[in-house]
Ligand binder design. Structure first.
Ligand code: GLU
Length: 440
């Protein structure tokens, strides 16, 4: 069996972290099993769907690296829905209803008033047409078939169809509600696994009966616990966090994806640079039932850690011209955002302003210039230099390292000194130490 998953957003706005997470999990599950990941644009609601939102979905998925293997649009498939609708209607599984929303509301209130579940009371016989009203349509649940499935995340699920209203599947104007077209598509496109939020659990219950009514085996379901915004000063409404926000903040797609792949699972959240690596470790067995807390600050931290281990090839096209592979390796440890690299141009490719040091530190860096001059530069010059200075001056820790960093880079903090010093080379390091020693 080839695994087929699908991500089915409605093109009514930008993707946000919640649906990016759903897209990612569908992508990773398919990738792990050598399957196919489909994108289905759920645009049956012609009023709310827009071409801009659809284009943005494509652009966002492309930026994230979650390219679908095929794309379908529900509005191209109305003929198929019509045929299946007629088939179910002929089989007595779809029936016409003429109640107005007010009448339905009243009925619901009466039932609740009597302490009964507000389940739609289906008529004993086919509803007679009502003059001047077009019908809307309901799917007739089979009350004699208990509903159940083994959810890949939630385990055993059971529903009593008698406690569920026959769902409305089509409005009086002929437009489709989400439930039935989704099932028709999942059958037609050979979807094997439906991965989505747990807000869809009750939809799955009625959709299972639709699969059966259409004579198809149902897919397997995985309903994920929802994502919620973590409390904290940087917490934002989740609906506002998406690719646009990531791009504005200069964040790497893999920082977000590394977090979203593991959040709410028993696996550690760690910076992972490539999707195949995330896919290899992806497994619904690791998913928990509790809501997952999303924190933008964590994306920022993962972003920094990702950059610190990033190879040159993966970022080369996005770096300014002055950054070659050696400079990248020497500077990446200083970055929290890729764009921060510009701050280090002078340090590796130009001159730094003369740093001001205390008199004591000037004496120390003068000694350091001498030591650097006699240091063997072929192996690990930074280690050799700091060890020699430690022995010579008795300095250690910050007192040892900080004046050296300040003299060599002009800054109080920055990249790891080992790779940087090697990149700068003996001559430049000695010169900077000498200049700093003479500063006033
Ligand atoms: N368009 C539906 C949604 O965005 C799809 C749900 C599904 O995955 O079946 O909620």
């Amino acid at each position: 069996m080839t695994v087929v998953t699908r991500f089915a957003p409605s093109p009514t706005g930008r993707l946000h972290v919640g649906n990016i997470r759903t897209a990612l999990h569908n992508f990773l599950f398919a990738a792990k099993h050598g399957g196919r990941f489909l994108l289905r644009i759920d645009d049956t609601d012609r009023e709310r769907s827009t071409a801009e939102a659809e284009a943005a979905i494509h652009a966002d998925l492309a930026w994230l690296g979650l390219a679908p293997d095929a794309v379908f649009r529900q509005s191209d498939r109305f003929d198929l829905y019509e045929r299946e609708f007629e088939r179910l209607r002929a089989a007595g599984r779809i029936y016409a209803c003429y109640e107005t929303p007010e009448e339905l509301d009243l009925r619901r209130k009466v039932l609740l008033g009597r302490g009964l579940p507000p389940v739609y009371e289906r008529p004993a016989q086919e509803n007679a047409p009502v003059e001047g009203r077009s019908p809307h349509w309901r799917f007739r649940l089979d009350h004699d078939s208990p509903i159940g499935w083994d959810d890949l995340i939630r385990g055993e699920q059971k529903f009593d169809p008698r406690l569920i209203s026959d769902p409305v599947i089509r409005r009086a104007d002929g437009s489709w509600l989400y439930l039935l077209p989704s099932v028709i598509d999942d059958i037609d496109l050979g979807v094997t696994h439906v991965v989505r939020g747990e807000d869809h659990v009750s939809n799955s219950a009625v959709q299972l009966q639709m699969f059966a009514a259409l004579g198809a085996d149902p897919p397997q379901f995985a309903h994920e616990a929802l994502l919620v915004a973590a409390e904290g000063k940087l917490s934002k409404r989740l609906g506002a966090v998406g690719v646009g926000e990531m791009q504005e903040e200069g964040l790497e797609p893999m920082a977000l994806l590394s977090l979203l792949a593991r959040l709410g699972t028993s696996q550690p959240v760690e910076p992972i640079g490539h999707l195949p690596e995330l896919a290899a470790t992806f497994d619904f067995d690791h998913f928990g039932r509790a809501p997952a807390h999303f924190d933008m600050e964590q994306v920022g931290q993962l972003n920094a850690r990702l950059l610190h281990q990033h190879d040159y090839a993966g970022v080369a096209t996005r770096l300014p011209d002055w950054v070659d592979a050696d400079r990248w390796l020497a500077l990446r440890s200083a970055l929290t955002r890729l764009s921060d690299i510009d701050q280090w141009h002078e340090v590796v490719a130009g001159d730094i302003p003369v740093p001001s040091l205390s008199e004591e530190d000037r004496t120390f860096v003068a000694a350091a210039a001498g030591a650097a001059n006699s240091t063997d530069w072929t192996a690990d010059p930074w280690h050799a230099l700091t060890n020699a200075l430690k022995a010579e001056t008795g300095r250690k820790g910050r007192a040892l390292f900080h004046p050296l960093r300040k003299a060599i880079t002009g800054q109080d903090s920055g990249p790891e000194m080992g790779p940087l010093v090697r990149l700068l080379g003996k001559e430049r390091v000695v010169r900077r130490l000498e200049v700093a020693a003479q500063s006033t």
